[in-house]
Design a protein around this ligand. Structure first.
Ligand SMILES: NC(=O)c1ccc[n+]([C@@H]2O[C@H](COP(=O)([O-])OP(=O)(O)OC[C@H]3O[C@@H](n4cnc5c(N)ncnc54)[C@H](OP(=O)(O)O)[C@@H]3O)[C@@H](O)[C@H]2O)c1
Length: 230
């Protein structure tokens, strides 16, 4: 039997991140999850253990570089020094007409959806380089390529994340670290719940579908630069 996978997931307490955590836990993985809310972290760590994995809670705020550094340190310590999979999943889901977007909101989006994942990646890279089977999944969004009304904040930051992913593939090729941008369509999560009316009459994806797609892409022999799920 091969060694358990060591997976670090930001935003692992709800929605898509939680589904990914439990998908890998069912296969016996070591899963470290990051989020801001401690009770949620404890709850999902318990679910990870019940599902058959080993869980670790790493409290962090994507807007606080120091807390991200500490969270990645804790995860890598839990893993024993190597990280196989980083899922940069935590992010905001909000819609607003461009005229309603003020500077504070713009900067909050850049901080959470783009600068946060950058910090996590920078902190995690040494441990990813130690692994012989490393893969980074950045969770973008389908609307980065096909924006809808009111999506400037999301489309801009997720397009930035996709650009980072494309560039990283080149920079990390010689380390044999694979990089995939995951681009889901509207998904039935707590994050989307306040915006449910926008998608009236549309069937939403379930978070487990995204989790299965990531599991399959990780185990596929073919390169998957972009994983569009809709
Ligand atoms: N749902 C969709 O329709 C959809 C579609 C395409 C792409 N996406 C993307 O998929 C990812 C997950 O979305 P979701 O809908 O599953 O989100 P969600 O249900 O709102 O869950 C968000 C997760 O991220 C954590 N989080 C939020 N802000 C954080 C911060 N500042 N620092 C650390 N952790 C934070 C939350 O925990 P705490 O609140 O405790 O921190 C939670 O665990 C996001 O990047 C989103 O943009 C979603």
């Amino acid at each position: 039997m091969s060694d358990p996978l060591r997976v670090f997931i930001t935003g692992g307490t709800k929605g898509i991140g939680r589904a990914i955590a439990l998908r890998f836990a069912r296969e016996g993985a070591m899963v470290a999850i990051a989020a801001r809310t401690s009770p949620d972290l404890d709850e999902v760590v318990a679910e990870i253990e019940t599902a058959g994995g080993k869980g670790e809670a790493c409290q962090a705020n994507l807007r606080d570089h120091g807390s991200l550094e500490a969270a990645v340190f804790r995860a890598v310590d839990f893993f024993g020094g190597e990280m196989d999979i980083l899922v940069n999943n935590a992010g905001l889901v909000e819609f607003a007409a461009f005229d309603e977007v003020d500077m504070a909101t713009w900067e909050r989006f850049l901080a959470v959806n783009l600068t946060g994942p950058y910090h996590v990646l920078a902190e995690a890279l040494p441990a990813l380089r130690e692994s012989s089977r490393a893969h980074v999944f950045n969770v973008g969004a389908r609307l980065a390529d096909s924006p809808a009304q009111g999506s400037a904040l999301l489309a801009t930051t997720k397009a930035g994340l996709a650009g980072l992913g494309r560039a990283l593939r080149e920079d990390l090729r010689e380390d044999s670290i694979r990089v995939t941008t995951v681009e889901p369509g509207p998904t039935n999560t707590p994050g989307l719940a306040p915006w449910r009316e926008r998608f009236e009459g549309q069937t939403l994806l379930e978070p487990e579908v995204i989790a299965d797609a990531i599991w399959d892409a990780y185990h596929s022999d073919s390169e998957t630069p972009s994983l569009v799920i809709e």
